[in-house]
Design a protein around this ligand. Sequence first.
Ligand code: HEC
Length: 138
Amino acid sequence: MKNASVVVASLLVCLFSSCGSDQGTTGAPAKPKVATGEDIYKKTCIACHQANGEGLPNTFPPLAKSDYLAKKENAIHQVLKGSSGEIVVNGKKFNSTMPPQTLSDEEIATVLTYVYSSFGNTGGTVTTDEVKQVRGKL
Ligand code: HEC
């Protein structure tokens, strides 16, 4: 009996501590507990920017190969504050409104890193610190 309860207890500890499977922020591909960039994208951005990141002509600008992403700071600012009015993406004009996104700095970093490494984009990472810096300047 005593042994059984020890097993149960350590199982519980396992549950609550993810049993050491969390590799932290080492950049390992497996991201066990936090929402992945893809999760956040699907929940937050997909309605407008679409599953393939192409957006919708004349309405939602593309994130796929968007020249707007060249400046990370602008991309972070866009997610933090949104924008309305004219914006030119890959030579095409859009004049619409993106509301500010209510995400944590970490979530913004995660979803933007996903955007940078998806849809034929060239890769790159956005860190929580970079988001913090831009937020600090708002
Ligand atoms: C309600 C629709 C909507 C949602 C949700 C939305 N966006 Fe946008 N996004 C837009 C619109 C519209 C623009 C252009 C705004 C303008 O005309 O000023 C834009 C512009 C952008 C731009 C700059 C232009 C470009 O295409 O590169 C980026 C980057 C961006 N959004 C990223 C995101 C990310 C990441 C998310 C999710 C966290 C997101 N957006 C959620 C509608 C949306």
